[in-house]
Ligand binder design. Sequence first.
Ligand code: NAD
Length: 358
Amino acid sequence: MKKHIAVLAGDGIGPEITNGGIAVLEAVAKKFGHAFTFEPLLIGGCAIDATGGPLPRETVDRCLAADSVLLGAVGGPKWDRLSGEIRPEKGLLGIRKAMGLYSNVRPAKLWKALADASPLKTPLVENGIEIIVVRELTGGIYFGKRGSFEDGACGETAWDTEQYSVTEIERITKIACELARKRSKRIVSVDKANVLESSRLWRRTVHSYAEKHYPDVAVSDMLVDNCAMQIVKNPAQFDILLTSNMFGDILSDEAAQVTGSIGMLASSSLGDGTRGLYEPIHGSAPDIAGQNLANPIATILSCAMMLRDSFGLIEECGAVETAVARVLEEGYRTADIFSAGMKKVGCRKMAELIAERI
Ligand code: NAD
């Protein structure tokens, strides 16, 4: 199989971790007889430095022409003081929108070999955790109308709006229901329906759509504040969490931390077709950038999701996940997941070890 992959390394640790992902994809190509080509493109702070904006037109055009996209991370202190329109994060939101990627799937899994890395007590995690957050990605408050104005008495005042349509809610519900059918057939839909009108529409729509099209899938509801608490109280109760853009952003980071390190968590973003955008859920980690300290596993597992969800290469995806499990079982650890008695390795070595085990 021939596939062309656009690589948006971005800022901070982005180049280090995407290099790790490429090394593993090259090992997969060699082992299974595929031909993958990689095209580096600019996004985020490095794009601002080179072109004046976070998402050059060329990046959008080339991503739309590629079979899939691998992204590192964007942002860093260098660009923190820029105005909203030319901030690095704008590039991220822009590429998701331009590619029509409305669903974001973030599996938070506690790997057996890393049980000690979870901050929760053993009885809470000993039976394993695998929470998949299905997050709506192109609507809600991150894309709603916003503004600021001078209020005489109170000073500068700013506002953002949360807005959802039935169409937006139905298409993300479909993604969650399809996933549920391959797993526990249980979805917990998370909202704030006791307060927000948009959440009440979310709740009504999720139920009516799922009952009509997926009667075999059981949907229950949970308020977001309770969900945040339940993730640390009893994470094993969850399989699929379906939620809005902002709630999904926050809950998936929480779920990630419960499973050990944010450096382990992958994500895939898809729209209607098979071309997706695959990225770790963490940021550009400026505190460790350029020091060969980053954990590349989140990016490598994102590449595994690309193989499965964009290219339909199920066996190849399994080979990557098995290689990651083996390296962890053999005791190799990057600094973020290191514990006494383990073998500490850097970003490059970790990727190399995984590639060797494909
Ligand atoms: P972050 O995820 O970059 O870092 C949080 C902490 O986790 C840091 O201590 C970091 O060292 C550590 N960490 C993150 N990834 C790691 C990895 N792979 N291996 C080892 N340790 C890792 O979040 P932050 O510090 O809040 O944000 C830093 C920058 O990243 C900001 O500019 C922010 O806007 C940006 N950001 C980008 C994305 C993205 O590109 N998708 C997401 C979140 C934050």
